[in-house]
Ligand binder design. Sequence first.
Ligand SMILES: [Zn+2]
Length: 497
Amino acid sequence: MQEKFYITTAIPYTNAPPHIGFALELIQADVIARYQRILGKDVFFLTGTDEHGSKAAHVAKEHGKSPRELGDENSAKFLKLCEALNISNSDFIRTTDEHKHWPSARKMWNALVSAGDIYKDTYVGKYCVGCEAFLTDKDLENGLCPIHKCLPEELKEEDYFFRLSKYQDELKKLIECDEIRIIPLSRKNEILAFLNRGLKDVSFSRPKEKLAWGIPVPDDDSQVIYVWADALTNYLSGVGFAEAGAQFQRFWPPDVQIVGKDISRFHALIWPAMLLSAGVPLYKTLFVHGFITSGGEKMSKSLGNVVDPFDLILRFGSDAVRYFFTREVPALDDGDYTEEKFIARYNGDLANGIGNLASRIVKLGVLSGREIAFSPNDLKDTIEQTELKYRAHMEQFQFNDALAAVSFLISAGDEYINQNKPWTLSRSIDLEEQKKFDAIISSLAFALGHSAVLLLPFIPWSAQRILDALQIVDIHLETWQGKKVKFVQTPALFPRK
Ligand SMILES: [Zn+2]
C-alpha cells in the first residue's frame, strides 16, 4: 500500500493579516509536501487559522468589529495567501468551525478529564495577551514579556488546570531518544534545558465572564477552553479525530509538524503531553524554523520595514518568492530580507541560472528541428552527485543547501554548452556533426529535465513549464533513457529585473 505522509503548519492568529514569516512557514511545508509526493507518498497537508483567544477579542474591539467578523476577514486573507503562493494544502481548518473543529477539541478535553489530568484551581499570576500565555516571574525580563516588551495582565481567577508536570520525565525520555524528534539540534537542547528546570501544571481554561471568545468547556458553560488547548487540537480535527473514521486511521499521527521558534515550547511540551494523556499516538518530527528579519532588523510598523507577501508575489511571481525564502533563508536559522538581496537572487539564480539554461537548451533543440533522445552521457556523474546531495539535504530540511546543489548542476550545464558550442553544429548537414550535436543536446536535456524535477517542490509552476518544453510526462528518470522527443518552445520563465 502507498505510504502516507501527514504534514502541518502552525495555525496563525487572525488578529492581523498574513506577514512574511508565515509565508515562509507555508512555503517550507509546501516544499516538503511536494517532495514527499514526488517520492510516491500519499500526502495530507494541513494549514488553517487560530481565531479564538484574548488577543483576537481585544483587536476586534479596537477595530469596532466582532471577533467573528475579524476572524472571517483575516482567515480569508490567509486562504488567499495559500493560493497566491501556489500552496498544495489538502485542507484549511478554522478553530471557529463548529462542525469540523469543535467536536475534536471537546473530545480531547474529555479524554484529558478521563485521564484525571484536569482539575480546578485558582490561578494567580500573569498573562501576556500577545503570547496568549500564562507567564511566571522567571519568564519575564525587567517585569515585561520578553517578546512583546509589555506589562502582562495580572490575573486571579478560577481555572481548570492540566497536569503537565506529570509528564515531565516521560517527555524528557521521548525527546532525548528522538522518539519525539526535534530539528534542529539547538532547539532540542533548548527544550531539554527547559524541561530540566521543571514543568508546572498549566491553566487550561478561562472564565467566560473574562473571555467569552472560545470553545465552552464540556459540562461547564462558565469556562472556555484556553486558546492553546483549543488550537493545538486543530492537528487532530483536521483529519477527523472526533469521528475517528478512515481519514484519521489513514493519516494520524503527523510525520512532520512545522512551527516558528517562538511557539516551540507549546509544541514540544504541552502538545505531546496532551497526546500522552489522551492515549493518542505522538507526532514524529517537530521542525522549528527561524524568523525573517528585514535589513537586519525585526520587522515592525514603526521601523517601516514590514514586507508584505502579497506585494512581493505581485511584483515577482510566486515561484520567485518561494525560491528566495528557501534559498536565502537558512532553514534552521534566521534569515534576512532586503530588496537588493531579493533582486540579486532573482537575476543570479533564476533569470541567469535555470531560466537562461532552459531557454538555451530548448532553443537549440527546437532550431535543430530533430527529435532529441534523453541520455546523461558526459554529465552523468554530475547529475548523480547532485541527486545524492539534494536528497541528503531534503531529509534534514536544509532547503538552501539542496538548492545550492541544483545550482551546481545548472552551472555545469552552462559550462558544458560553452565548451562544446553546439550552436555551431545545430544546422550542419554533415552526419558526424549531427551525431555530435545530438549527443550534446541529449546530455543537456537530461541535465535540464533532472534540474526541473529537483526544482518542482520549490518552483512548481516554472519547473513544470520546463518539463512541458522537454515533453517529459513521467518525472521518473529511469523512464527517460533513450526516449525521443521534439522540444516545444517555452516562454521566458524569469525575465531579468
Ligand atoms: Zn508576550
